[in-house]
Design a protein around this ligand. Structure first.
Ligand code: SF4
Ligand code: SF4
Length: 441
């Protein structure tokens, strides 16, 4: 791996991708009900447009984006709206959600929707079509894509970077997108380039996906200025700032957007789904999700309608093993543990990981031995040891102003290397949430 592009620091957690990397994605059956929160994205929750008793077809708009940083929600299956109520959300809160009883007799064909050819849409209007389809970043952050495609006027973008790193252990959904839909990825890149008014793109792929690298090289259209850059397999290579550093050798200043240094980063599955909007007239209503880990009987990659409950996913994947202990949405480094089997899968759910007792053994937290390993691991050059001490002492203002908590992306690299098992990144997440409460109280 030496010689491949990368960033400084970072860690090498065990990959475990072999569990599902070779399993082609399959369509998940429609469940008996879907639960669609009005907030599945960063920004203002969408406004519900339907009422209990309304009939909806698959792909219908059921909640409209409220303002610019928001995203439209569509029915992911045909059926009848049962209620709009507070429902457990994967982020641990209760969120207003539209509950749809799925019609078991429906063919689940979509209503015909007229979509213009993207080539005929003015550059400036492409992002409006993308907004109508409810597209958000599928790499985990769920930031509305139409906002990203409208960078500030004084920060022109010169390079579109497609994030195909998938650096979280276990997850393979982006890997499958590249193997199964390379033409859609390239089509999505063409649309993104047109929307941004530029011509150059780079696809960044970690070296641990040789078949995907080969597929993207083999299928690259001759008329496109796209470079496939193979990156060192290192966590968190897929974090926006780390990817930009590796590909462009530029640093995004603290608190700034990638457009400040001329870059825009888009996840590879997002690109493929943008192409699908124009090819099929399909809004964003499903995605490939990796269901994996030693705690699930039949791991695999599934194209799952959003709103499907976790318990339905587990049941269809053969159920939990006897030693299953923890369910995580996302990967083991940045994923969120789930305490309720009724939470729905959402636009941002790239993977469901089920860990076993052995893998989750609680280890005692020991005092800091000042070994410096966390400092060596931090990809944004923070001092997690100092931050940990400030967080423990609840000295939040110093944590923000002197230790730069806002630059921490909660990647978990510091916790991963800490020999004293100090849950540093969890403390930083709690500190951020505490600071938000103090500021808004
Ligand atoms: S969680 Fe924050 S402090 Fe820890 S390594 Fe990642 S960015 Fe650095
Ligand atoms: S890695 Fe853990 S023990 Fe070592 S300096 Fe950091 S917090 Fe202390």
């Amino acid at each position: 791996m030496k010689g491949m592009l990368s960033f400084k620091h970072g860690v090498h957690p065990p990959e475990h991708k072999e569990i599902t990397a070779g399993i082609a994605s399959k369509r998940f059956p429609f469940p008996s009900e879907v639960i669609l929160p009005l907030s599945q994205h960063i920004g203002t929750p969408a406004k519900a447009l339907v009422h209990p008793g309304d009939h909806v077809e698959r792909g219908d708009v059921i909640a409209q984006a409220e303002g610019f940083i928001s995203s439209t929600v569509h029915a992911t299956a045909a059926g009848t709206v049962r209620s709009i109520e507070l429902w457990p959300h994967p982020n641990g809160t209760m969120q207003r959600s539209i509950r749809i009883t799925v019609d078991p007799n429906s063919t689940q064909m979509r209503r015909p929707r007229s979509i213009p050819r993207w080539q005929d849409v003015k550059d400036v209007d492409l992002s409006k079509e993308i907004a109508k389809a409810g597209i958000v970043g599928l790499g985990g952050a769920a930031f509305p894509s139409h906002v990203k495609l409208n960078p500030p006027k004084d920060q022109p973008v010169e390079l579109l970077i497609i994030n195909a790193c998938e650096c979280e252990p276990y997850l393979t959904s982006d890997h499958r997108v590249m193997l199964e839909q390379p033409d859609m990825v390239y089509e999505g890149i063409r649309i993104g380039l047109k929307a941004l008014g530029i011509t150059r793109a780079v696809i960044g792929i970690e070296g641990n996906k040789p078949d995907a690298i080969e597929m993207m090289r083999k299928t690259k259209p001759d008329d496109m200025d796209v470079e496939i850059v193979v990156l060192r397999t290192k966590y968190p290579q897929g974090a926006e700032k780390m990817l930009i550093k590796a590909v462009m050798d530029r640093e995004v200043p603290s608190g700034a957007l990638p457009s400040a240094i001329g870059a825009m980063v888009q996840n590879v599955a997002t690109a493929a789904n943008i192409a699908a909007v124009f090819k099929t007239g399909h809004p964003l209503i499903e995605r490939i999700i990796t269901v994996t880990g030693r705690g699930i009987r039949k791991p695999g990659n599934w194209r799952i309608p959003f709103g499907t409950k976790l318990r339905d996913v587990i049941e269809h994947c053969g159920g939990l093993t006897e030693d299953a202990a923890e369910i995580v949405f996302g990967g083991p480094m940045m994923g969120q543990s789930q305490a309720n089997l009724d939470v729905p899968v959402l636009k941002a759910t790239g993977g469901i990981l089920i860990l076993t007792n052995d893998e989750c053994k609680r280890q005692d937290i020991m005092p800091c031995i000042k070994c410096g390993k966390c400092v060596e691991a931090c990809p944004v050059f923070l001092n997690p040891q100092l931050m940990g001490a400030l967080a423990k002492a609840e000295r939040y203002e110093e944590l923000v102003e002197e230790a730069h908590l806002n630059d921490c992306m909660l990647c978990g690299s510091c916790s991963f290397v800490c020999p004293s098992n100090i849950p540093l990144s969890q403390w930083f997440a709690m500190s951020k949430s505490q600071m938000r409460k103090l500021v808004t109280s």
